[in-house]
Design a protein. Structure first.
Length: 162
């Protein structure tokens, strides 16, 4: 089990606020915390340098970009030796339609989250891209019909207190 970083109450608020709005400046955060800008800026830099803050991102609406299909592709591979696994993982890493990939337990070996414009483009992805990934034995698709709770950030307070 990974060891959680110990956070101060101020760091918890900083992380929560930046997770909600990554465009907040250290001045805005300082005002919310009733602190001056410099100590807040230093804490943000410390959180970045520790690796806890790994980047800042915009949340983009996939549908407005034309990605009407979100699917989860379970992939089973033929063999689990290191060389074949590295080949598979390297191939997956450069495919833009695969927006996340997880090594999982259960009936499949990997779970890929894939975005596609429509069913025709997904069919092309399955037959031309997924089928040509190194070592693939079997794939199974599941489609997101509706997203009830999109990822909105980590439960920082829960993790930092346990």
């Amino acid at each position: 089990m990974s060891r959680a970083v110990e956070l101060t109450d101020v760091e918890i608020v900083i992380l929560e606020q930046l997770q909600r709005d990554a465009r907040l400046s250290s001045s805005d955060l300082a005002a919310q915390l009733n602190l001056t800008n410099t100590p807040v800026w230093r804490r943000i830099k410390k959180l970045e340098e520790s690796g806890l803050i790994r980047g800042y991102h915009a949340h983009i609406d996939a549908r407005l970009l034309g990605f009407g299909i979100e699917s989860f592709l379970s992939v089973s591979v033929h063999t689990h030796d290191e060389r074949h696994i590295q080949q598979f993982e390297a191939a997956v890493a450069v495919i833009d339609e695969i927006v996340s990939c997880h090594l999982v337990s259960g009936s499949g070996d990997y779970l890929l989250r894939v975005v596609s414009q429509d069913m025709d483009s997904y069919a092309d992805f399955i037959t031309k891209v997924a089928a040509s990934l190194p070592g693939v034995r079997e794939t199974r698709s599941a489609f997101a019909l509706r997203t009830l709770k999109p990822f909105a950030g980590l439960p920082i307070r829960k993790a930092s207190k346990e």
